[in-house]
Design a protein around this ligand. Structure first.
Ligand SMILES: CC(C)(COP(=O)(O)OP(=O)(O)OC[C@H]1O[C@@H](n2cnc3c(N)ncnc32)[C@H](O)[C@@H]1OP(=O)(O)O)[C@@H](O)C(=O)NCCC(=O)NCCS
Length: 195
């Protein structure tokens, strides 16, 4: 079955499916403790073979996903910068653990932090989730001390609803998380106030 072409664009970014040729850039950026420390499923250290396996499994998931519903397992998009076509990170969506709909996860290579890219990518997927998938709510979760991730969600309107923990085979113990939610009504109200 051919991979469907869900591609989402913003002013500075393109969100696209993973290509086999992305492995070196992913391995190089992910093999960084500062990038993986707050994630529950990315091993560390991280090498090119792991990136190749990740891409191959993602290509199967993309092939199985209609692009019109919440995927059964996490589907990741590459975050590519328009200006130089560089891969700067990944953003995934998966069935929500905390409620209905989906939940986001994301990372950016460290050299790309602090430019507003994650906020822009999350904002585009939020729009996709509400307008294309028609979901009533979406979710995010981050370790309490992951201030940058909380700020990204906060800037996109996500509101804290609970504390919890997430299992993590690769870290060896569960990670505490603060869980956030954005409802379509909250999002629509925020859009209406943007002139
Ligand atoms: C989380 C992450 C994706 C953010 O990417 P980014 O592109 O730098 O995010 P943005 O630039 O869009 O926004 C970051 C915001 O957090 C703020 N911030 C960054 N580090 C911070 C810190 N240590 N304390 C407080 N705020 C911080 C920034 O100032 C910015 O807010 P502002 O626009 O109000 O100034 C990136 O740091 C990352 O990849 N981290 C490792 C992986 C990870 O933790 N993923 C999330 C798992 S839940």
């Amino acid at each position: 079955m051919p991979t469907i072409a869900v591609e989402l664009t913003t002013e500075r970014l393109r969100l696209r499916p993973l290509h086999t040729a992305d492995a070196p850039a992913i391995a190089e950026q992910v093999n960084d403790w500062d990038v993986v420390r707050y994630t529950t499923s990315i091993p560390y250290p991280y090498d090119r073979g792991m990136a190749e396996e990740f891409i191959a499994s993602q290509q199967k998931r993309w092939a199985a996903w209609s692009g019109k519903t919440v995927p059964e397992e996490e589907v990741a998009f590459v975050i590519e910068r328009n200006s130089d076509r560089r891969l700067i990170g990944c953003i995934g969506l998966q069935p929500a653990e905390a409620g209905t709909g989906l939940e986001f996860g994301y990372w950016l290579g460290k050299r790309y932090w602090g430019e507003g890219y994650a906020t822009e990518a999350v904002g585009r997927l939020v729009r996709f989730a509400f307008l294309d998938l028609g979901l009533p709510e979406i979710w995010g979760a981050a370790v309490p001390t992951n201030d940058a991730s909380h700020r990204v969600m906060e800037k996109n309107g996500f509101v804290i609803v609970a504390a919890g923990e997430r299992p993590s085979d690769v870290r060896g113990n569960p990670l505490p998380v603060i869980i956030r939610r954005l409802t379509r009504a909250q999002w629509a109200a925020a859009q209406a106030t943007v002139v």
